[in-house]
Design a binder for this molecule. Sequence first.
Ligand code: G16
Ligand code: MG
Length: 220
Amino acid sequence: NLKACLFDLDGVIVDTAKYHYIAWRQIAEELGFEFTERHNERLKGVSRQRSLEILLEIGGITLPAEEMAKLAERKNNLYLELIRRMTPEEILPGAQEFLKACWAAGYKTALATASRNAALILELLQIGSLFDVVMDGNKVSRTKPDPEVFLNCARDLRVPPAACAVFEDAEAGIEAAVSANMLAIGIGDPAILHHADLVVPGLASLSIEILRQAANKKIS
Ligand code: G16
Ligand code: MG
C-alpha cells in the first residue's frame, strides 16, 4: 500500500538539467573536447564529483585531485549564474498540481536529489512547503544508482521502502529506486528508463489513479 512519493528534482520538478548541461559543456569546451547531449544522459542524477569524473573519462583526460576540485567549483559557479534568475514559472508542467494531489490523497512527500543546491532551488521556485522531507546531496554520501538517498527518505518519513513511489528522469535514479525496492516511475524516454515500472512524459500525464494502478500491478 502506497504511503509516500519521493521526487527527484532536476528533470522532474524543474528542468535544471539543461543548465547543468550548458555548464558542463562549457567546461568540456575549455578542456578541448566536445560534450554532447547523449554524453549528458550519463551525468543526470549523479553527484557533481561523479559527473566530473565521467566528463573527464569522456574527454580521455586525467587530472590531479586539486585540479578536479577547481573544475567542480568552476562548473558550480557557471551553474549558479545560470539558475540565479529562475522563477516559479520554470516549475515543470503538472509538478505542483501532482504534489498537491499527493497531499490531498494523504501521501507523504519527499525531495530526493543529488543536488547540493536544492535548498536554493526550492527557495527560487517557492515550493519548499510541499515537501515533508528534503534529502539532498549534502545529506547523502553515495550517489545514485546507490539507493541511499531514497532509503534515507523512507527512514525520515517513517514508511517502509516498499510503500514508496519514486519519480525519476535519470537512468541512475531508476536503478536506485529499483534497488531500494520502491515503485519506480520514469519521467521521460521509455527507451532510456526501461527498468521503470511505468514511464510517462511528465508529471502532467500522471494522476493518483494511474499511480495506484501502477502500484497494484507491481504487487500482483
Ligand atoms: C542533479 C542532477 C545531476 C547533478 C546533481 C548534482 O540530481 O541530475 O546532473 O550532477 O544533481 O547537482 P549539484 O551540482 O547542484 O550539487 P537530481 O538527483 O536532482 O536529478
Ligand atoms: Mg533528475
